[in-house]
Design a protein around this ligand. Structure first.
Ligand SMILES: [Zn+2]
Length: 491
């Protein structure tokens, strides 16, 4: 799937004129003036449309024969209740001639083969140029990968639930496309939001804590149709003993943006309206609010420590409030650039992780590996006006995105310099550069090769966590290279 640029007709016209018999020198001033006019008219004529839709993806939890296993911590955590709805939320985008969709699922991850199934069900029929599907990495929702079942040898995926997620995703995509209407798009980047609730559990300390948001305003009535918000943190505030299905802080983040910051019957701050869609960023390394991380609820003026819905609310509302305040303070910039390009690159990644190989052979993980233990995945770039949106198929270590990779003593390959350089955002040329994590796949951690560490002596004198949930040490260099190529090739 390769992109098209709306600037192309102007260039074609220019080429046509240059081939004509009139003396080029004489023509040039007239030509330049007319090209400028045409380009201006063309830009004005290009109006983006957007459509939002959401479908509930709650599991059925009252069938004793079919327990629903919650993903994210240990095995055998059975769902007992539903606290708030899980969603498939879709944004359709069009410039009049081309269109695509971005979907966010309240899920731990959604694998590439499942994403292909959803694409196959809608892409041709709705004439979509791209279908991007992301997972929020929710650690309080049903297992869709397989490794959180009743035992190490039994899959945690309920096939009926997986089918429901696919069906509802398809429905959300259809509804979003049917809802397309002309919009203005506003972008906003807020530095270092809620840094105090974020912990990086592994050195070096690098975060991806900026909030980057796109707000879509209906041209017809100036109302907010919806927002796309990215921030990087594991949705696991409820931690490992919770048995109530929830989308964790993401629930409050979205509700806060949509309907306002509300405690009981009091609305303390009005929301923006419309449908909020949250997509996670570079969460590797790993970005989290630990069960021991204090979170200040700024409304109650209380510091919350123990995992609870109140704590998840404090995290979600604080990010929501930052977004609402940013909009109210006029921190947004309208996107006037008509660029609408995309490019996706399929790649084969080696599966060196023996645990993953065994899990696939036992059908615990629902993923078929190709000959030589390799697996197909994907990276991508969407250019929406002057905003670049890169897609990452797993949990990227933020230092690959933002810089700061180290080659500490004790790294397994005895490297003395980082491999994944330059960092991704230094090569992205948008006015705002979003990186969507866990998008179009979930392959686990994407760890810088010079920080890879399974063997003693350990880096930073401490056995790190991450490698056991990664495909292997070749993953990061391959993904980094593929993305750098995509970004460099982009117009
Ligand atoms: Zn994770």
């Amino acid at each position: 799937m390769f992109g098209s640029s709306v600037k192309r007709p102007v260039w074609q016209m220019l080429q046509g004129l240059l081939k004509s018999n009139i003396t080029r020198a004489a023509l040039l001033p007239i030509l330049m003036a007319s090209v400028f006019e045409v380009q201006k008219a063309y830009a004005n004529a290009t109006t983006f449309s957007a459509g939002f839709a959401k479908e509930n993806i709650n599991p059925t939890i009252d069938d004793p024969k079919r327990p629903i296993w919650i993903a994210g911590f240990g095995q055998k955590r059975q769902a007992k209740s539903i606290h708030d709805p899980l969603w498939a939320r879709a944004i359709a985008l069009s410039n009049g001639s081309k269109k695509g969709v971005i979907v966010s699922l309240d899920a731990i991850g959604f694998m590439h083969n499942d994403i292909i199934d959803v694409r196959n069900a809608v892409q041709k029929q709705l004439q979509l140029d791209f279908v991007i599907i992301s997972s929020t990495h929710n650690h309080e929702a049903p297992d869709l990968i397989g490794i959180w079942g009743p035992s190490l040898l039994k899959t945690g995926v309920d096939s009926r639930y997986l089918a429901l997620v696919k069906e509802r995703s398809v429905q959300a995509i259809r509804d979003a496309v049917a809802a397309l209407e002309p919009v203005q798009i506003h972008r906003m980047e807020l530095p270092n939001v809620c840094a105090d609730v974020l912990v990086d559990t592994r050195l070096p300390q690098v975060f991806d804590s900026n909030v980057r948001a796109l707000r879509f305003v209906a041209r017809a009535n100036r109302q907010t149709l919806g927002t796309l918000v990215t921030w990087a943190n594991h949705p696991e505030v409820l931690w490992n003993a919770n048995t109530a299905i929830t989308s964790d802080f993401v629930h409050y983040l979205r509700e806060g943006i949509e309907t306002g910051i509300r405690y009981g019957d009091n609305t303390l701050k009005a929301g923006l309206g419309g449908t909020a869609v949250f997509i996670n960023g570079a969460v590797g390394g790993l970005m989290t609010t630990l069960d021991t991380t204090p979170v200040l609820d700024t409304v109650l003026n209380e510091t919350l420590l123990t995992p609870s819905f109140e704590k998840a609310r404090a995290v979600g509302y604080r990010v929501a409030e930052a977004v609402i305040d940013g909009v109210n303070a006029g921190s947004e910039t309208e996107i006037t650039d008509p660029t609408f390009n995309w490019s996706f690159k399929s790649l084969l990644l080696p599966v060196d992780n023996l645990k993953f190989r065994a899990a696939a052979m036992l059908r615990v993980i629902r993923r078929q590996f190709e000959v030589g233990f390799r697996t197909r995945s994907e990276v991508g770039l969407l250019q929406l006006g002057d905003t670049w949106i890169g897609t990452i198929p797993g949990e990227l270590y933020p230092e690959i995105a933002n810089g700061g990779i180290e080659a500490p003593a004790g790294n397994d390959f005895k490297l003395t310099a980082p491999v994944e350089v330059p960092h991704l955002r230094s090569v992205m040329r948008g006015q705002m550069n979003m990186l969507l994590g866990l998008t179009n796949d979930q392959i686990g951690y994407i760890i810088p090769r010079s920080q890879w560490d399974e063997k003693e002596p350990y880096t930073y004198n401490d056995k790190p966590y991450g490698e056991e949930n990664s495909l292997g040490p070749k993953t990061a260099p391959l993904i980094h290279r593929a993305l750098i190529d995509l970004f460099s090739e982009a117009q």
